[in-house]
Design a protein around this ligand. Structure first.
Ligand code: ADP
Length: 407
């Protein structure tokens, strides 16, 4: 049988660690336990690993289909790295009155801020895996100098769909993941998030200059071929809206100039081999933007179905078990499929309830789902600790509350 390969990330405490020794220790640790794709293991027993490793992250791959992995039968691709802990830096400028304008935020990657973001996002389809493959192929083609007039490859990715479905998070998580997966080619990554709202706020006449300044900064970074730059433009439709917007007292042609400046600059920088442009849009219909037409990958990110919802709720409840807020801990299978197989058994009555709750939650966004446990506790539970049945009842009330809010 062909040996399936699987990525395993080891988050190191120190850059100077003995990586070979750590790899061996992690290898025997993984072979001795039962772990699933996407698991983040931070409770390590081996004192050597405790001293050197923050956590081990097991790659999520559809071939393993949420089953426990037999590590003796997989070829592990190891990725070892230290997280950046400096947090977000703001690229600011000031207008003619000396007021600060935040043009963009800059985050070094891989970042402690995003260490588990990729794993926390749950979808019913293989969207994450495909996105990673698309992006990695774009970078490979650019790196090998493939002519993009012959093979269309523009290094622009657009995620679109309803608000709260995790598009922005997915872009950030993708940048983080790629900075890890491509670490043989790039020493580190930088995520630059352009604040399109501030570009079009009140200083239209100033904005043209600001755009040029900001991109000059990006181009400066691009000259170092060992750094990979991810440029994130959130809600790209705001660029096109700005074109249509005519503000009183402001020459609307200024706003057009700014939009054009941004689009031209984005067009220029995507020619570099070490850049990837990530864009999001909340519009489900077509976006009228010439730049977006160039996107290699346009992925629709929809609302989660019952299976993804089960997994999201499961992770929330696991967190509350760990925090000793829901007591005692009860047996809840990790996935909807596993829960579905045992839901008729009396000892799995709670799994059955969680399936039912997941089904009544279809229609809520991922963002709303992650609020349900908090709302449940805040609005419907008076005690600090609670048993799972009472918590489930409170969740049902919170879901009704959110649905009423939508009306
Ligand atoms: P969007 O950009 O689509 O409006 P965000 O990236 O701002 O969405 O999502 C906000 C938060 O909602 C995320 O950080 C995450 O906690 C939660 N979320 C959204 N979609 C999902 C999902 N599919 N799985 C898990 N969490 C999600």
């Amino acid at each position: 049988m062909e040996c399936q390969s699987l990525c395993v990330e080891v988050v190191l405490k120190f850059e100077s660690s003995d990586k070979e020794r750590i790899k061996l220790a992690c290898d025997s640790f993984l072979k001795s336990g039962r772990f699933n794709p996407g698991n983040i293991i931070s409770k390590l027993q081996d004192p050597f690993l405790i001293d050197n490793v923050e956590c081990i992250i097991i790659g999520d791959h559809s071939a393993f289909n949420a089953r426990a992995i037999n590590f003796s039968q997989v070829a592990i691709r190891w990725f070892m790295y230290v997280l950046d802990r400096n947090g977000v830096q703001v690229e600011a400028d000031s207008d003619e009155n000396g007021e600060a304008i935040n043009l963009a935020t800059v985050q070094q990657l891989p970042s402690a801020h995003y260490y588990d973001l990729w794993e926390s996002l749950v979808y019913d389809t293989n969207v994450k895996e495909n996105l990673l493959k698309y992006a990695a192929t774009s970078m490979l083609y650019a790196d090998k100098g493939v002519n993009c007039n012959i093979i269309s490859c523009n290094k622009v990715i657009l995620l679109h769909g309803p608000p709260g479905t995790g598009k922005t998070s997915l872009c950030k998580a993708l940048a983080h993941k790629l900075s890890i997966r491509l670490n043989k080619r790039f020493k580190r990554g930088v995520l630059m998030e352009i604040n399109s709202h501030s570009l079009f706020s009140k200083w239209f006449s100033e904005s043209g200059k600001l755009v040029t300044k900001m991109f000059a900064r990006i181009i400066e970074l691009l000259h170092d071929p060992s750094i990979i730059i991810f440029v994130l433009v959130d809600e790209i439709e705001s660029l096109t809206h700005a074109r249509e917007k005519s503000m009183s007292g402001v020459d609307p042609s200024d706003s057009i100039r700014v939009v054009n400046a941004v689009l031209t600059q984005l067009d220029q920088i995507r020619k570099h081999s070490n850049v990837l442009i990530l864009t999001t849009s909340n519009m489900t219909a077509a976006i009228d933007c010439a730049f977006v037409d160039r996107a290699d990958v346009k992925l629709f990110i929809g609302l989660p179905g019952a299976e993804a919802i089960y997994k999201i709720y499961h992770s929330c409840i696991e967190e509350l078990f760990n925090a000793h807020i829901i007591v005692p801990r009860v047996l809840l299978p990790d996935s909807y499929q596993q829960a579905d197989q045992v839901r008729d058994l009396i000892q799995y009555a709670d799994a059955n309830t969680l399936i039912n709750i997941s089904e009544i939650s279809v229609g809520l966004s991922g963002r709303a789902l992650r609020k349900v446990p908090f709302l449940a506790h805040a609005l419907y539970i008076d005690e600090d600790t609670v048993n799972i049945q009472s918590f489930f009842n409170a969740m049902i009330s919170a879901i009704k509350h959110l649905e009423d809010d939508k009306k």
